[in-house]
Design a protein around this ligand. Structure first.
Ligand code: AMP
Ligand code: ZN
Length: 123
């Protein structure tokens, strides 16, 4: 999509602090972090909002969710898995949808927000 900032990050037209990339998803640090750790998990395919997702996107949405604790752990805000896997204080996952949902970038993304509280910005 022309003029979509996350498509431009996906096709490397503009830079981002990438921490994960595979064939389907990318993840990078939010440019305006609301907490010590603030990541965005983003499909490379342009999908405007969560409300546009359909059955065909179910597996991809599941993989977005499953990537969150892995990246949170790597960034120092994981949470113990219950099997003794080391963690810390945990994190928040958030998908804003539409104007009343506070969505600013209309390319589907999931926030992963964590780190020791109190945070400078609350979301
Ligand atoms: P939302 O309000 O859910 O649409 O969130 C959009 C998020 O994208 C905000 O937290 C912005 O700080 C973040 N953002 C916007 N542009 C960039 C960029 N070029 N690189 C990284 N994060 C960005
Ligand atoms: Zn896009």
């Amino acid at each position: 999509m022309d003029n979509c900032i996350f498509c431009k990050i996906a096709n490397k037209t503009i830079p981002a602090k990438l921490i994960h990339e595979d064939a389907e998803l990318m993840a990078f640090h939010d440019i305006n972090p609301a907490a010590p750790v603030h990541l965005l998990i983003v499909p490379k395919q342009h999908i405007g909002t969560l409300a546009e997702c359909a059955d065909e996107h179910a597996a991809m949405l599941g993989r977005m969710l499953l990537l969150a604790p892995k990246l949170a752990q790597e960034q120092g805000c994981g949470y113990e898995a219950g099997d003794g896997t080391a963690g810390t204080g945990g994190f928040k996952t958030l998908v804003n949808t539409g104007p009343d949902g506070g969505q600013e970038v209309y390319h589907l993304h999931m926030h992963v927000i964590g780190g020791p509280r109190p945070w400078a910005g609350q979301r």
